[in-house]
Design a protein around this ligand. Structure first.
Ligand code: PEP
Length: 255
């Protein structure tokens, strides 16, 4: 493991999975093993309906609570949406914004994602801003342009200062849920690009910014990815639904 200034972070994105009972059992398994999870900061992001239950279970534990999405608007007449103020009120510390599934399946564009990023920051939540290219974009040589476009939208809206309390997750779309992982070198190249962009605005914030890798991370490939100098942990989908596998990934990040 490279010596890094930044505390590694591992976030589990449960997506739209799990009954109330399954969520409770998964948290129970994580709490039972959390003492051996290593030095990484650990966050779990259940579906909205499970946040309050899971938050109560996590109370007093080292595992933090996060949401998978947030409304860009303040509380009001927005049927079906959940405001950042509500997430903060029930104990969320983190919120994922701009996940590729939201971009692809629900039409979220860079401008909306930037507004969600701002809403999170207004209420003291730490946004986990997801960026990443599709396979066609990578094959077309557009990876850097796409990732920087997505990053720049939030940077322009919120300013570099907002990234002092933010996380960026590089998630190549072709690696999410596919079993196909970016090589450590591919991940490092994009992570360095992201850090460099923030560094053009503010060197101190760039040095402290945590940039996570996401895309088919498992216990078996986590260590080689997390050993890269600009990879500060992971955003984990499928493997976060198994306590033992997720805790092994946390140990790989925490050294
Ligand atoms: C994700 O959904 O953010 C993700 C990285 O999923 P998976 O780990 O299953 O590829």
């Amino acid at each position: 493991m490279n010596p890094k200034l930044r505390r590694p972070l591992v976030a589990g994105n449960w997506k739209m999975h799990g009954s109330r009972g399954e969520a409770g059992r998964l948290v129970g398994g994580l709490l039972a093993g959390a003492a051996g999870a290593g030095a990484a900061e650990v966050v779990i992001c259940p579906a909205f309906v499970h946040l309050a239950d899971v938050g109560r279970q996590l109370a007093g534990s080292p595992i933090a609570l996060g949401a998978q999405d947030v409304c860009a608007e303040e509380p009001g007449a927005h049927t079906g949406e959940v405001a950042a103020a509500m997430l903060a009120d029930i104990g969320c510390r983190y919120v994922i914004v701009g996940h590729s599934e939201r971009r692809a399946l629900y039409g979220e564009d860079d401008a909306l994602v930037a507004r969600k990023f701002l809403a999170a920051r207004r209420h003291g939540l730490v946004p986990v801003l997801c960026v990443g290219e599709t396979l066609a974009e990578r094959d077309g040589g557009a990876t850097a342009a796409v990732v920087l476009r997505q990053l720049d939208a939030a940077l322009a809206a919120a300013g570099a200062g907002a990234f002092e309390q933010a996380v960026v997750a590089y998630e190549p779309v072709w690696a999410i849920g596919t079993g196909r992982t970016a090589t450590p070198e591919q991940a490092q190249e994009v992570h360095a690009l992201i850090r460099g962009r923030i560094g053009e605005k503010d060197a101190r914030i760039s040095a402290s910014l945590r940039v996570l890798y996401g895309g088919s991370v498992k216990a078996g490939n986590a260590l080689e990815l997390f050993s890269m100098p600009d990879v500060d942990g992971g955003l984990i989908g499928g493997a976060s639904l198994q306590a033992g596998e997720f805790l092994a990934i946390c140990r790989a990040a925490g050294g």
